[in-house]
Design a binder for this molecule. Structure first.
Ligand SMILES: C[S@@+](CC[C@H](N)C(=O)[O-])C[C@H]1O[C@@H](n2cnc3c(N)ncnc32)[C@H](O)[C@@H]1O
Length: 280
């Protein structure tokens, strides 16, 4: 991402969630706080679209991606829900994630939001702490390509002996494979027994990592993608045992059978998958 600028993709996915919340297309999707975290300009766009309801809130070229991201939210919310209770939730590359303000069941959980300082600055300008659902929140600013997450989390009051759930949504693909592996090793080092991690990663299309000219143009190119075998190996080598791995076709089958969503409508995110792993 661009050095001193908040992540554009963080704003885009939060914007999609805010639009999706006007008329959810995926059963179980709800994100009433997404709008709160958007910069003013984007909030105004949501406001304009609100008047168009019940027509689709999404521009046609954005709709497939928007619906894909509703599935992503629901599947990850379920992964978190089924791992509760845990004392710590660490959201890596948190962007404008609203889970600490939105998810039930976090009353006894401290949330650590780890993100690039430039994106985190935007989040902190928008976030109000009164409506927090979690027990507490700590903001930890790091650049995964430079800083050492272990030291930064230790300094923030992270408890290595507590049961921790790690979430890394929409983030691994922006790092090189060796940076992804290093981060998984570091969080394994920090994890107590029964800790787990849910994350999205870019799968491969015909053996290759899908590219995106759009993402390159906005300064956030895709830098990694993994086949299932590569992912299993990466996880094991860094201290994690993969327990789940699913993609959009599984989510449609499980949550909204018959939904007409295609690769053409979604774009390269069609290959983005969700995996869950437990500490070895
Ligand atoms: C697509 S956004 C996802 C945000 C959030 N997880 C969500 O799904 O709404 C990617 C996130 O990764 C973060 N990110 C990208 N490169 C990073 C880096 N080198 N160090 C720290 N964070 C980074 C960005 O700041 C941004 O918040």
């Amino acid at each position: 991402m661009r050095k001193h600028r908040a992540s554009n993709t963080a704003k885009m996915v939060a914007y999609q969630r805010a639009l999706g919340n006007l008329i959810p297309a995926v059963p179980g999707f709800v994100d009433p706080v997404a709008e709160e975290f958007l910069p003013e300009k984007w909030k105004k766009r949501v406001e304009k679209v609100r008047d168009r309801i019940p027509a689709s809130p999404f521009p046609f070229w954005f709709r497939g991606m928007g619906i894909f991201n509703q599935f992503r939210t629901v599947v990850l919310d379920k992964a978190i829900g089924s791992a509760l209770p845990f004392q710590q939730l660490v959201i890596l590359g948190a962007g404008l994630d609203g889970r600490a303000w939105r998810l039930p069941g976090l009353e006894n959980t401290v949330v650590f939001e780890v993100d690039h300082p430039a994106t985190q600055l935007l989040k902190r300008q928008q976030a109000t702490l009164q409506s927090l659902k979690a027990k507490d929140i700590r903001f930890v600013g790091i650049d995964f390509t430079v800083d050492h997450i272990v030291a930064k989390l230790d300094e923030s009051g992270f408890n290595r002996n507590a049961k921790t759930f790690w979430l890394w949504e929409g983030g691994t693909m922006y790092l090189k494979p060796k940076e992804v592996a290093a981060t998984f090793s570091s969080i394994a080092e920090l994890s107590g027994r029964h800790s787990s991690v849910a994350f999205t990663y870019m799968g491969k299309k015909a053996g290759k990592v899908p590219g995106s000219l759009f993402l390159r143009l906005i300064g956030e190119p895709i830098r990694s993608g993994f086949s299932r075998d590569e992912l299993v190996r990466l996880a094991l080598d860094s201290g994690w045992d993969l327990t789940e791995d699913s993609g959009i076709k599984d989510w449609i089958r499980g949550l909204s059978p018959g939904m007409d969503l295609t690769e053409r409508k979604v774009g390269m995110q069609w290959y983005e998958r969700i995996a869950v792993a437990v500490k070895c």
